[in-house]
Design a protein around this ligand. Structure first.
Ligand code: FES
Ligand code: FES
Length: 165
């Protein structure tokens, strides 16, 4: 099939964009290069590491392998769509409070995977968290702090109290 060459309508973080991109363009490239959304990172480019994770209709997806042509009508959320510097999402606030990151390259994917998990399971066990994150790689070894941060976010979200440092 010959790829379509735009315009193409993508809804990202609640805003709809009309973009002159080829339908075969990869979502990660469109987000970073056309929409200047640099939360999603290029890691492996092979759907193996999770650095490029976004939410599509509430579920995690690997933007490095997804052509944008099939995404019209979907709700795409990137890290930038979760919260702001002034009002971070509870998962973002917990990662800041617990210093749950080192180089930060993996953290986009881990925060989005954790957010999707907490929507499905508001009070997850450690095993639930490990299962949800098992395909998000962190080469810095932040795993313990990540677990602590996600538990703190779950507590804050279920009690409707802010994350306390
Ligand atoms: S860059 Fe997409 S999974 Fe690694
Ligand atoms: S904090 Fe560096 S890869 Fe996870």
């Amino acid at each position: 099939m010959t790829p379509r060459t735009g315009p193409l309508r993508l809804t990202v973080n609640g805003a709809t964009h009309q973009l002159a991109v080829c339908s075969g363009a990869l979502l990660l490239h469109v987000l970073r290069n056309d929409l200047q959304l640099n939360g999603p990172k290029y890691g492996c480019g092979l759907a193996q590491c999770g650095a490029c994770t976004v939410l599509i209709d509430g579920k995690t997806a690997r933007s490095c392998i997804l052509p944008v042509g099939g995404l019209e009508g979907c709700e795409i959320v990137t890290l930038e769509g979760l919260g702001t510097l002034e009002q971070p999402h509870p998962v973002q606030a917990a990662f800041i409070a617990e210093s749950a990151t080192q180089c930060g390259y993996c953290v986009n994917g881990i925060i989005l995977a954790a957010t999707a998990l907490l929507r499905r399971i508001p009070d997850p066990s450690d095993n639930d968290i490990r299962q949800a994150l098992k395909y998000n790689l962190c080469r810095c070894g932040s795993h313990n702090e990540v677990l602590i941060a996600i538990r703190a976010a779950a507590r804050a979200m279920t009690s409707h109290m802010p994350v306390v440092e």
